[in-house]
Write a protein that binds this ligand. Structure first.
Ligand SMILES: [Zn+2]
Length: 497
């Protein structure tokens, strides 16, 4: 049996190397690809994903899994977890014809170029036909699985086991409560930002501060790097190469910092995985929602907190003395935590953020219910923005064209952002319970206790346990609970309620 297991590791190692090469092509596409090279890159990505698919569905892998399942690994052993995960991936990939995989890779590669052009021209019509093709391919994909709702098949790729029905249970009351909350907490429309928030903040200084913070968060630069991109993301190109990217805007003093902390939260998860998982599919997060909980926790629970700014504000003020002259820490914090109804998800504050997700989640469900088509997205998008946030985007760039997910074919991904927010609140509550001194150490810029807690309870396991199992271990319940998050929001944004 050891022989069989060695063979499995060898096969999986090869697939992991191909995935790393695929991730590098994708990183390059998002960071530094010349505009004219988009078509060629789409072909290269399609070619490599074809080879990965072939290997991941090979008869040899199937035979190995059959043999290993018949052996008696202890249920909670590394070996058993690996075989379980492989079986899940294998069964899923095997159902999908190679032709569909290649067509999806090719179509999404071209759509990425079209998305950039559509944004430039501020015209959804340029993207719409590409999106229509992707939606068709994704409907075809969903039809391959026996699920209650076609959208379940897509959700499962990001949040294993998650269903449209369960999302409805969580999101319906969440949406109701958050809509109520922002009605009470949001600043009136048109309320101007204070002068210091629209001042000019040097890009290089913003980047230097962001780098100082991620170093304090114990991001390991010997096993990663940080680059600039338009749409920040984190990617893993192998066990010792976890890269973060960031964007900087001279007019937005904290957006670079918070977005870098967000990506660093993802990277800490990957860098904290036990090396036993390396070169296998277990070198991954438990789920996208869990991954997102790690980024949200740093971006929001830490990055917007009084304790954190008690430490960082003196540095920040020293870097921007002219812009922040006469601005107290309290006023600065109140301002960066004000609630505003805005058009762009990535710039939304945490009180309105989930409502941006509700817009996308409802549209995705409607697309896979067959109730709407790609051509309806602008109208349907704007209608929901009006309903939940009370505002309608003035153009496509600030509306339906803002996200890269749909052109990449990532339908089913958005809900994991909202789940991440909910999980982050549950996890941070557990961390505070375990470490009553936590806020004091954060106020000194000491993040080691929190990183160690996350590493011990979440990161090290990689994908050995499901999100549900990790949640149960941490909080005693395996159910996603909206209350810790709502309580956190009410405490921060409705202090007098
Ligand atoms: Zn994220």
């Amino acid at each position: 049996m050891t022989d069989c297991f060695e063979k499995l590791l060898e096969l999986l190692g090869g697939i992991c190397d191909l995935r790393a090469a695929e991730a590098l092509l994708d990183w390059d596409q998002q960071v530094c690809l010349p505009a004219a090279a988009a078509e060629g890159r789409a072909r290269q990505l399609a070619a490599i994903s074809g080879v990965i698919h072939e290997r991941s569905t090979s008869a040899a892998l199937g035979r190995l899994l059959d043999q290993l399942e018949a052996s008696c690994f202890a249920d909670d052993s590394f070996e058993a977890a690996l075989v379980r995960r492989c079986r899940m991936n294998f069964e899923k990939s095997r159902r999908v014809p190679a032709k569909l995989v290649a067509a999806t890779a090719l179509t999404t590669g071209e759509a990425h170029g079209a998305w950039l052009k559509a944004r430039e021209a501020n015209d959804y019509a340029i993207l719409a036909p590409h999106l229509a093709k992707i939606i068709e391919l994704k409907r075809e994909y969903a039809a391959l699985f026996k699920v209650k709702h076609p959208y379940d098949a897509l959700l499962d790729n990001y949040e294993p086991g998650m269903t449209t029905a369960e999302l409805k249970r969580v999101f319906t009351p969440l949406c109701r409560e958050q809509t109520k909350l922002i009605k009470a907490a949001a600043l009136p429309a048109g309320e101007p930002e204070p002068d210091f928030m629209v001042a000019d903040y040097s890009s290089s200084k913003q980047l230097r501060i962001s780098e100082m913070v991620v170093r304090a968060m114990r991001y390991d630069f010997t096993r990663g790097r940080m680059d600039l991109t338009e749409h920040p993301f984190t990617t893993t190109l192998g066990p010792d190469d976890v890269r973060i990217t960031t964007a900087v805007d001279r007019k937005l003093p904290v957006s670079c910092l918070l977005s870098t902390m967000h990506e660093c939260g993802h990277a800490l998860y990957e860098q904290g995985i036990d090396p036993i998982c390396f070169h296998t599919p277990l070198a991954d997060g438990a789920s996208f929602g869990f991954h997102e909980s790690q980024s949200r926790l740093w971006e929001n629970q830490i990055g917007r907190s009084t304790a954190f700014w008690r430490w960082l504000y003196p540095y920040f003020k020293k870097a921007f003395p002219r812009q922040l002259s006469g601005v107290s820490q309290k006023r600065f914090l109140r301002t960066i935590n004000s609630v505003r109804r805005t058009f762009v998800r990535t710039e939304a504050d945490e009180a309105t953020y989930n409502l941006h997700i509700m817009v996308r989640y409802e549209l995705e469900v409607a697309l896979f219910d067959g109730k709407i088509e790609a051509a309806d997205l602008v109208t349907e998008w704007n209608r929901r923005m009006k309903k939940y946030l009370g505002i309608v985007p003035p153009d496509d760039r600030q509306g339906v064209l803002q996200d890269i997910h749909w052109p990449l074919g990532d339908f089913g991904y958005f809900p994991t952002y909202a789940l991440g927010n909910l999980l982050a609140a549950q996890i941070f509550d557990a961390a505070k319970k375990a470490m009553p001194q936590l806020e004091r150490s954060i106020a000194r810029g000491e993040f080691a206790p929190l990183v160690d807690f996350l590493r011990e309870n979440i990161h090290q396991y990689g994908a050995r346990y499901t999100g549900t199992e990790l949640l149960k271990h941490l909080t005693g319940s395996s159910r996603i609970d909206i209350n810790p998050y709502l309580e956190y929001l009410r405490k921060n944004y409705l202090p007098n309620a």
